[in-house]
Design a protein around this ligand. Structure first.
Ligand SMILES: [Zn+2]
Length: 697
């Protein structure tokens, strides 16, 4: 991620889908992939192929874990911004209870705003982090509020006046809480970010708090992830009570302390529910999962980060269980200084057929390492713990919902990754949904010039994307080693983006390798050509559809893709490897020599690996700042105009299936799932059935 400060897990990442609207694959049925569209968002639903073939025990386990996954939704809303819960509840109270005219433009704008708040888990855009601008007036909002019974508003915040005194400025005053996550160096990143991981502390105070904590454990080979599961607050100390002589010791002092997220701590009401369902899951789980879930429960009960590490070590070793899960405070992308983790959950089961593909790749990890185009001294002698599988997602929650990653690589603690390895997944039913829902949207015709490329992408685009994710996650991040004396944090704020560049280059380079054909993973060189064409077009042009005109690129994965595309273009210029022709005033990009482009990727990988291995900050900074940040204004404008014409929403997310138990007496005899009626319906259902936190936490 593009973070201004060091992050806890440089090796970890969440791979996001490219902006290409997916590929246009043939579909045989008339499944409704797109459930709702509004603003820049498209809400899809995903199939859960293979669920019916699971055993009753596995289905029951998924059912309980699915309940646990839904219980943490409020936590994320509160983490994103401290007034998100009272705001959401106020908006929902209006939405459900307003009896006036719903055919007006202002009502439509109000509804759109609420849909966006649901999607972003708060009032800031999930991707750009900017606060939403309501398209309805404050006066209109007043009439809505006046039209509903006051007792429908969230009453646990204070009086209606107190509530609205907070909610209205947060929604309508553009100068307040402008961004959830400020990453522009220079300002105090905590004071200028609306996220709710800190209260009353400056960036310097927070950094000192955690560097002092780390200093106390200096030399610890297995350090805990400091600050991961708590909010850091500064409060005025209380006056001491009378001492035994009757003196009052009044002192003017501040205390900085952590409010830990655990049973009995902050967010307890939601965490207790999560734990309740985890106990149920544990009861039906088989070993080693019984112990793994038990450790997670213990962690939620104690808040002890050593227990969290113990849980992760057990979890990462379990590569056999068909059903697997993520549930907890996991990724630190939402904290400008990278300590605090947002709550998320993903329940999944192994896609047996597709996992053969990643198992083959993993089984040959050493071959890939030995043959990488990097200097021998930076190759790992023994590649460790590369475990990868293709999964089918069954439910997503917290920070994985509704916008979701398509690949995950966990755990994040560097020393656990080093000593125990990591688990990496590609979520195939999501990529399928992206591809299917993009069918016939006109994207390829608009942006891809050559018929050849379009054909290849139509045939192999999805497979190429999936393989790219497999190679990136299974091998890319785990490859290479540091030079003696390099600590790993030398690249500072450029570390995470360069790590993504490295993993992507590894994937791009090997996708075109004869080894992939020899292993039987791909049958045709057209697969890599499809991916190359897609990747370069996306990195150079079409991903700009996600950036507001006039702005720089902030998001780490987007910076990474632009760096690779632009640098490849530069390096191949002499031989015209990549060309940007103009046809009728429209810009296109074509690859003239796929072989040479592959060589360029190899040379780039060699250099990026050298930069990482040697901790060459200057070289890393130069690459990111030269190729990753700035945007060509004229091209950007053109892309936005052409994209707008297509009427495609650049962001996707999902509604979840709804799981239900079939009972015989008090015995579960089956678990079935159905698709929700609508996006709005699911959001309202979650808000009424899975909302456990007070409006003030
Ligand atoms: Zn990555």
């Amino acid at each position: 991620m593009a973070m201004a400060a060091a992050t806890l897990g440089l090796g970890s990442c969440k791979t996001k889908a490219l902006v290409n609207g997916g590929q246009q694959a043939e579909t045989k049925d008339d499944f409704k992939w797109i459930v709702d569209t509004f603003d820049d968002i498209k809400v899809l639903q995903y199939k859960v192929p293979g669920f019916d073939q699971l055993t009753l025990q596995q289905k029951t386990l998924i059912y309980y874990l699915n309940q646990a996954a839904l219980c943490g939704r409020d936590i994320l809303f509160d983490q994103n911004f401290k007034y998100n819960l009272p705001i959401r509840r106020t908006l929902e109270a209006v939405y459900v209870n307003y009896g006036g005219d719903k055919g007006t433009e202002e009502w439509a704008a109000f509804e759109k705003y609420l849909k966006k708040v649901w999607f972003a888990n708060g009032i800031h855009h999930h991707y750009s982090n900017d606060k939403f601008t309501p398209e309805f007036s404050e006066a209109y909002f007043d009439t809505l509020i006046a039209a509903i019974p006051a007792d429908k508003l969230p009453l646990d915040f204070g009086t209606a006046e107190e509530l609205l005194a907070v909610v209205k400025p947060a929604i309508f005053d553009p100068s307040l809480y402008k961004t959830r996550l400020n990453q522009a160096t220079g300002a105090d990143l905590l004071q200028t970010s609306a996220m709710n991981y800190y209260e009353g502390v400056t960036q310097a105070e927070a950094e000192k708090f955690y560097s002092d904590m780390a200093a106390m454990h200096k030399g610890d080979p297995s350090p805990i992830s400091y600050g991961l599961n708590s909010k850091l607050v500064k409060e005025a100390g209380e006056a001491m009570p009378l001492d035994e002589y009757g003196n009052v010791w009044v002192q003017d002092f501040d205390v900085i302390y952590e409010k830990v997220w655990k049973v009995g701590g902050m967010y307890s009401a939601a965490i207790e529910k999560i734990v309740y369902w985890l106990y149920k899951a544990q009861a039906v789980a088989e070993q080693p999962q019984k112990d793994i879930i038990g450790k997670l429960i213990e962690y939620y009960q104690t808040g002890d980060l050593r227990t969290f590490d113990a849980f992760n070590i057990l979890w990462v070793q379990d590569t056999e269980s068909v059903v697997d899960f993520v549930n907890g405070f996991t990724e630190n992308y939402g904290d400008p200084i990278g300590y605090k983790a947002s709550w998320e959950s993903l329940i999944n089961f192994k896609d047996m057929a597709a996992s053969q593909r990643t198992e083959l790749i993993s089984a040959n990890a050493q071959w890939f390492e030995d043959n990488a185009p990097i200097q021998d001294k930076y190759k790992k002698e023994a590649v460790k713990g590369v475990s990868a599988k293709v999964i089918t997602a069954a439910i997503i929650g917290g920070d994985c919902y509704p916008a979701t990653p398509i690949g995950i690589n966990l755990p994040n603690a560097d020393w656990i990754r080093r000593d125990w390895g990591s688990k990496s997944v590609t979520i195939q039913n999501f990529t399928e949904a992206y591809a299917e829902s993009a069918k016939g949207n006109g994207f390829l015709e608009e942006f891809m010039l050559r018929e050849d490329d379009r054909k290849r992408v139509t045939l192999y685009g999805s497979l190429g994307d999936n393989l790219h994710t497999d190679l990136h996650e299974c091998l890319g991040h785990g490859s290479g080693q540091l030079a003696p004396g390099t600590k790993g944090d030398e690249l500072k704020q450029y570390g995470s983006v360069l790590e993504e560049v490295r993993a992507d280059l590894f994937a791009l380079y090997y996708l075109a390798d004869q080894k992939m054909i020899d292993l039987g993973i791909i049958s045709d060189a057209d697969v890599y050509k499809a991916e190359y064409a897609n990747y370069i077009m996306n990195g150079m042009m079409t991903q700009l559809a996600r950036v507001e005109l006039g702005k720089n690129i902030e998001q780490a994965h987007m910076r990474n893709r632009q760096i690779i595309a632009k640098l490849a273009y530069e390096m191949g210029r002499g031989e015209n490897v990549i060309e940007m022709p103009k046809v009728d005033g429209e810009t296109f990009i074509v690859i003239n020599d796929f072989e040479k482009l592959r060589n360029i990727f190899g040379q780039m990988l060699r250099e990026i690996q050298r930069i990482k291995s040697e901790g060459d900050f200057k070289a890393g900074e130069k690459i990111v700042e030269t190729y990753g940040v700035k945007v060509d204004f004229a091209l950007h404008k053109e892309i936005l105009e052409r994209y707008a014409k297509l009427n495609i929403q650049p962001y996707n997310g999902f509604v979840n299936p709804v799981y239900e138990t079939v009972m015989e007496g008090d015995r579960i005899v089956d678990v079935i799932y159905r698709y929700p009626e609508s996006y709005v319906g699911q959001m309202l259902q979650y808000s009424s059935e899975y909302s456990f936190l007070p409006s003030k936490n």
